[in-house]
Design a protein around this ligand. Sequence first.
Ligand code: GLY
Length: 338
Amino acid sequence: MSDRRKFVKFSLLSSAAILAGKNLFAKTNTTIALLPVPVKNEPIVISTWDFGKEANAGAWEVLKRGGRALDAVEAGVKIPEADPDNQSVGLGGRPDRDGRVTLDACIMDENSKCGSLACLEHVVHAISVARMVMEKTPHVMLVGDGATQFALENGFKKEKLLTPKSEREWKEWLKTNKYAPKNNIENELPGGIKNHDTIGMVAMDNNGNLSGACTTSGMAYKMHGRVGDSPIIGAGLYVDNEVGAATSTGVGEEVIRIVGSHLVVELMRQGMEPEEACKKAVERIVTRNPEQAKTVQVGFLALSKSGKFGAYALQKGFTYAVRSGGEEKIYDAKHVYP
Ligand code: GLY
């Protein structure tokens, strides 16, 4: 991957001083004046799947104005959350096998502050509730009725998330009622319905700060109460402002077992490029259970502190969207299996 990071360095006060016709390096008694270096970074945002493109556009509105990466990722993922035609996130998400739409989400900033919720019902913008958990409570994670109660008591509107389309498909599924939920394997659901899941987004702002967000309605027709990787800090998302950020999509159970996003960031800390780190994490899933790995999809996406990005998946078909000052593009991730 190309290095997206460009520095605009006003590296030493000397430049300004020279322009101003002053010599700040002249000895003043015995000390030399060296002031801190303001550094500007090129912002970038990356997110999972083709629908990440629209989400990135929302994030870009914040980043291009010099806004904070945290605000960008929240604004970005709210776009698919509010889209009734996106059946893997927020409004219109596919329900669990009891017909209930339950949402998982988490958010993390450059200071390792994080907020998360699992099994939230009746609220479209799970990511904003997760941010509120982060900012307004002493906790990291709320679940189930407690999460919903917290959201409604704090001004989030109660809404019906099950759309007629998702309800119709669920009722069709009930006719066979085969409990074998899978994520992300294309054309897995009846009628050739694509079961893409999860928007995971990581971004860097022009101060070089990283943040990430991850939000999903989880596996279609899952057991009620089932929670995937998406709201688990370290599994579905991890941000370390010194190293990089990573997020995941796919069968959450596989990601949780290897604490995948944290693993990707730690591999980058050891010096790996983002794509290589994502590949190693995916290979860890293969090593752990090769037969199982052939039957599921997992994809990782990573952004390094230097602005490099990359991804890797178990199966063909994982795409990710990139937006920066110089690029707006959807990439096909490399994969283990053909
Ligand atoms: N990756 C989303 C889930 O497993 O729920």
